[in-house]
Design a protein around this ligand. Structure first.
Ligand SMILES: [Zn+2]
Ligand SMILES: [Zn+2]
Length: 380
């Protein structure tokens, strides 16, 4: 099989997207290909596929995600989604094709150690990686490090970005309800207006980043939705807010976890209202280990040339459930350019097939270098 076959495969995945934990056909297709190439294939996480090849003192895991999003595609591409309301708008079809292209090459040119390829379901709902880990992924497939990638619009296709340390943010969600007392819009003194209390709380929340978080650290407090009331002349009984909170360091994450509920409760209280706060811990931050990040960066330079590496690439404030793997093993989550496509999760997003070749080449070279005890001894 050549690169054109993997581009065709990517487009086949694109036409047939499946949502989180429903990637049945995608998983079956991937498993059948890998079995045909001589991998030992295990199904995990329901629809996920874990494939291993080779043996040796060192083992590497490389992960791709396979799920799509509940979005109606608006690209107008000839191979656009055939499934109404479902679209590969995050490029997981591309990530899967990249890892399959690498798998094919590795099966023809086996590395000196063990390679474990993880085709993970349900990244978009932040649940797939945890499910595989809970099913014993790293006990059943012991590896020394784990790597993964995400395409990124706005970077030239086939160029790579590397970040040592925090690379993507932790994300936590808050659903809050400020409960007052409803009434006639003409008689505010007989009601207790939760709209005014909510407005004050939203303003006060802005002070967390400016006054409580170390100015040299990253934090985002976004109130993404506010709902209360139906008409102009009725004071509602309650207002609902939903927030997303992002951070890199565990310390900052704790500052947010302390300050956000404190402000919601105390501002509501100041207005004679009550806040109900449902604080949901989400995905931790993606923290890349230094040695593995330097290694994959060096392999990119050696394999694809220095021009393929973007200097000064900065961490992203989005989140990725790859973070859970890095809680258990060292490794690195890297970024590959996706040209001038619309943003990730947009109905107009387009994966750039030009990334498949270079990214697959990088995974193959990394698998060889990482599992070669002699090359590793020189690196350390
Ligand atoms: Zn996504
Ligand atoms: Zn994604």
């Amino acid at each position: 099989m050549g690169i054109q076959d993997f581009i065709a495969l990517r487009r086949e995945f694109h036409q047939n997207p499946e949502l989180a934990f429903s990637e049945t056909e995608t998983g079956n297709r991937i498993a059948a290909l890998l079995e045909g190439w001589g991998f030992s294939v295990t199904r995990m996480g329901g629809t996920g596929v874990v494939a291993s090849l080779g043996n040796g003192p060192r083992a590497i895991a490389i992960r791709a995600d396979i799920d799509a999003l509940p979005i109606t595609e608006a690209t107008g591409l000839s191979f656009a989604s055939r499934v109404p309301g479902v679209m590969h708008a995050c490029g997981h079809d591309g990530h899967s094709a990249i890892l399959l292209a690498a798998a094919y090459d590795l099966s023809r040119r086996p590395p000196p150690g063990r390679v474990v390829l993880i085709f993970q379901p349900a990244e978009e709902i932040g649940a797939g990686s945890l499910k595989l880990i809970q099913e014993g992924l790293f006990d059943r497939f012991p590896v020394d490090a784990v790597f993964g990638l995400h395409n990124w619009p706005g970077m030239p296709a086939g160029q790579f970005g590397f970040v040592e340390g925090p690379a993507m943010a932790a994300v936590d969600k808050v659903a809050a309800r400020i409960v007052g007392r409803g009434g006639h819009g003409a008689e505010p003194h007989l009601a207790n207006d939760p709209v005014v209390a909510a407005a004050q709380a939203i303003s006060a929340l802005q002070s967390i980043v400016s006054r409580n978080v170390d100015p040299l650290e990253m934090a985002v407090v976004t109130v993404g939705s506010i709902h209360g009331g139906e008409v102009h002349n009725v004071i509602p009984g309650a207002v609902d807010l939903s927030l997303s909170l992002r951070s890199y360091s565990p310390g900052v994450r704790e500052v947010l976890a302390e300050r956000v509920p404190a402000i919601l409760h105390s501002v509501a209280h100041a207005f004679g209202a009550v806040a109900e706060v449902d604080y949901r811990r989400g995905i931790p931050s993606v923290v890349n280990s230094v040695a593995e990040t330097r290694l994959v960066r060096q392999v990119a330079v050696d394999t694809l040339g220095a021009d393929a590496v973007i200097e000064g690439f900065r961490p992203r404030t989005a989140s990725e459930d790859f973070a859970h793997y890095l809680d258990h093993r060292p490794g690195s989550f890297i970024f590959v350019g996706n040209g001038d496509s619309a943003p990730l999760h947009s109905p107009e997003y387009r994966f750039d097939d030009g990334a498949i070749g270079p990214a697959a080449q990088l995974w193959v070279a990394l698998a060889h270098r990482f599992t070669d005890p002699e090359a590793q001894a020189q690196n350390r």
